[in-house]
Ligand binder design. Structure first.
Ligand SMILES: CC(C)(COP(=O)(O)OP(=O)(O)OC[C@H]1O[C@@H](n2cnc3c(N)ncnc32)[C@H](O)[C@@H]1OP(=O)(O)O)[C@@H](O)C(=O)NCCC(=O)NCCS
Length: 152
């Protein structure tokens, strides 16, 4: 399968919101994605688009001074375990590095082994915990940080 990684557009938002619903128990409302694409100056949003114009993955990240915060990332269930999540994460990290970011961080559910395994492969390390962060089940958030992005 061939695909490209490109900036998320406002036209992508309904499909991206569907993908978000398939991927998270606390999905974002569609207007949040619209805000990120159109209004938030800190936001960097990308999608993976296949040959046949399907959205296989998305990422929303924020660059704040010299830090990249990964706000959300998901691969469509039909396309998981094919390296696509890693590719879009690599793309966002490289974009942030070029924009001057020196470290990246994110929150991930304590029980989300799949995502944590992916982040560990990139060198993210656990640097904190936010107790009962997720409102649906009271799960803790693990804070993971990737230092020295500028040297990657
Ligand atoms: C986490 C997620 C984005 C990974 O996307 P993906 O496209 O499947 O990721 P990749 O194929 O690039 O996998 C990269 C590595 O992550 C780890 N990984 C991914 N899915 C895994 C799983 N189900 N179980 C264990 N490890 C897993 C593996 O180490 C994998 O490398 P490998 O396939 O060589 O073993 C995807 O599972 C997803 O969308 N999950 C739901 C949303 C979510 O949890 N997002 C993260 C929020 S913090």
């Amino acid at each position: 399968m061939n695909f490209i990684i490109r900036k998320m557009t406002i036209e992508d938002v309904p499909v991206v919101a569907q993908l978000d619903h398939m991927s998270f128990s606390l999905p974002w409302p569609e207007h949040s994605f619209r805000y990120e694409v159109k209004e938030n100056p800190s936001s960097r949003c990308f999608v993976v688009e296949t040959d046949d114009k399907r959205i296989a993955a998305m990422i929303v990240s924020w660059i704040i001074v010299d830090e990249l915060h990964i706000a959300t990332i998901a691969t469509h269930p039909d396309f998981r375990r094919q390296g696509i999540g890693s590719q879009i994460l690599t793309y966002a990290l490289e974009d942030a590095r070029q924009a001057g970011a020196r470290r990246a961080f994110l929150e991930v559910r304590e029980k989300n082994e799949a995502a944590q395994a992916m982040y560990r492969k990139f060198g993210f390390e656990i640097t904190g915990r936010r107790p009962k962060y997720y409102k649906d089940n009271g799960e803790d958030a693990i804070l993971m940080t990737l230092e020295h992005l500028e040297a990657e």
